[in-house]
Design a binder for this molecule. Structure first.
Ligand code: OAD
Length: 250
């Protein structure tokens, strides 16, 4: 059901304990394109060809062309108004966790301290052979044809979940725990088509949480489990909710 920021604010005041579940849409206003739709990354790069772990292991040089582009965009990005609003909600004691499918680290930059990175982080590199990790810095962008592990010589990859890889066990356990204990799940900017991540709001719904969704267009969640749908851009919607909570400018 279409709702208003005022109604969402009322619900938050009444129930508290919000957990946010976010996707690429929340970072679009930070200059990071989403995956699907017009400007989406998967319109330019076929994910099975560029984002499957077997492609990375057999053709790291090709896959690094896309990873370098993503890395450059992410390193330049700053939190959007919507990221900052989630930071302010946590500061006000109204938000206990952010479960994100994003790998850009912008929730942490906006001040959220309990961020569950379900698909890993593009701000770290990991060696697929010996698991050594390190930061993904600007210098990495200029290493050609790709960075290698100083310990074992394997092509390094960003510590993100590729297709064909499992979700990090600890992230999955923490996400399940937050989803099953929250009173309100605030879904922001995700198409809800990638599993197992898309199971998280369903889990929250089954445990009785109110589902609030913010997106520029409806998703599979909308008709299935969403109680309150706020159409529009994430930053504008979140600013209006914060305003109605009396937290604007916090
Ligand atoms: P998608 O690109 O699939 O979906 C982005 C969603 O954001 C869409 O529903 C848009 O309508 C919405 N959107 C766009 N701009 C918005 C704005 N300004 N405000 C609010 N909503 C907006 O991205 P995800 O759902 O995050 O996985 O994709 C899920 C996973 O698919 C990603 O984590 C990634 C990808 O393959 C991996 O890399 C493992």
């Amino acid at each position: 059901m279409e709702t208003s920021p005022k109604e969402v604010a009322r619900l938050i005041k009444e129930k508290g304990q919000v957990v946010a579940f976010t996707g690429a849409g929340i970072s679009v206003e930070s200059g990071i394109p989403a995956f699907r739709g017009g400007q989406g990354l998967w319109e330019k790069y076929d994910p099975m060809e560029y984002a499957h772990i077997s492609s990375f292991l057999t053709e790291p040089e090709k896959v690094w062309c896309m990873l370098r582009e993503m890395g450059e965009t992410i390193l330049k990005a700053a939190p959007s108004g919507a990221h900052k609003a989630l930071g302010a909600l946590e500061k006000a004691g109204l938000l206990s966790a952010v479960i994100t499918q994003n790998v850009d680290g912008l929730h942490q930059m906006a001040g959220n301290t309990n961020v569950i990175e379900y698909h890993g982080s593009h701000r770290r590199l990991i060696c697929p052979t010996c698991s050594k990790t390190g930061p993904f810095t600007d210098e990495v962008l200029s290493v050609m044809p790709f960075p290698v592990c100083e310990r074992c010589g394997t092509a390094l990859k960003p510590d993100v979940v590729f297709f064909g890889e499992g979700i990090p066990v600890a992230a999955m356990a923490r996400a399940d725990q937050e989803a099953t204990s929250c009173k309100i799940m605030l879904i922001i900017g995700t198409s809800g088509v990638v599993y197992p991540a898309a199971d998280i709001p369903f889990m929250a719904s089954r445990m009785g949480a109110k589902i609030v969704e913010i997106n520029v267009s409806p998703t599979p969640f909308t008709s299935a489990i969403t109680h309150h749908f706020l159409g529009g851009g994430a930053s504008e919607a979140m600013a209006a909710i914060l305003d109605d909570l009396g937290l604007a400018g916090v």
